[in-house]
Design a protein around this ligand. Structure first.
Ligand code: MG
Length: 227
């Protein structure tokens, strides 16, 4: 279905990847749990998801080092490789995400992707989901900017790549670091609700929504007819 244009529509839509496009958080938590257990800190995947949701790999290090002592300098690269291999093989899309991205692209909305993943891991996920060319090269990893989320750098860079002011962009997020990054950049932030209380998402300045298929309607475009 073709989404119709509306004067309310944003100049660009800046998508987070994990938990918004890729249903990757549980898989990432499983891989991190395996790694931490091998390092001598046995943590269940559910606890890893709670502790590390939305954090870039280098930002995980201080918490882990408090438990297991100093990590080798190549630990972030090793962890990133491990995540990349699993994502390339096993990650699945968030329900409705692929149809939503396709409909927005068809409606002529400029799209970008901005993630706290490494470049290689992000490319692996987008490739496995068939989204490698969906963003016209406007894909940003934490490695492309000075500071990862929750700093605003990555969403500012994504807005710039879209030729849009951050104030005219909508960020689609699911984690607190991501919401804070989008708000700090000056963007309107829509937050897909997984298991975090809506009140908490609102308190961070985000507008909660419950399914990716709702997104076009929230952006002033014709709603999608997908499950
Ligand atoms: Mg996320």
């Amino acid at each position: 279905m073709r989404a119709s244009l509306s004067p309310a529509r944003p100049a660009a839509i800046l998508f987070d990847c994990d938990g918004v496009l890729a249903d990757s958080e549980a898989l990432a938590a499983l891989v991190v749990s395996e790694e931490l257990t091998e390092l001598g800190w046995p943590v269940a995947p559910e606890a890893c998801q709670h502790i590390f949701l939305g954090r870039a790999v280098p930002d995980m290090m201080p918490l882990i080092e408090q438990r297991v002592g100093r990590l080798p300098d190549d630990w972030p690269a090793r962890m990133s490789r491990r995540l990349t291999e699993r994502m390339a093989r096993d990650v699945v899309p968030v329900p409705g995400a692929l149809a939503t991205v396709a409909a927005l692209a068809e409606a002529g909305v400029t799209l970008a992707c901005a993630s706290n993943s490494s470049r290689a891991e992000l490319a692996a996920k987008l490739g496995r989901l068939g989204l490698d060319s969906a963003f016209g090269g406007r894909v940003f990893s934490f490695e492309d900017v000075d500071r990862p989320k929750p700093h605003p750098d990555i969403y500012r860079a994504a807005a710039r790549a879209c030729g849009a002011a951050p104030e005219d962009c909508v960020v689609v997020e699911d984690s607190l670091p991501g919401i804070r990054a989008g708000r700090a950049a000056g963007c309107r932030v829509l937050a897909l609700v997984w298991d975090m209380p809506e009140a908490l998402l609102r308190a961070e300045g985000a507008e909660p929504f419950r399914a990716m298929a709702e997104l076009p309607g929230l952006l002033g475009l014709e709603p999608l007819e997908v499950a």
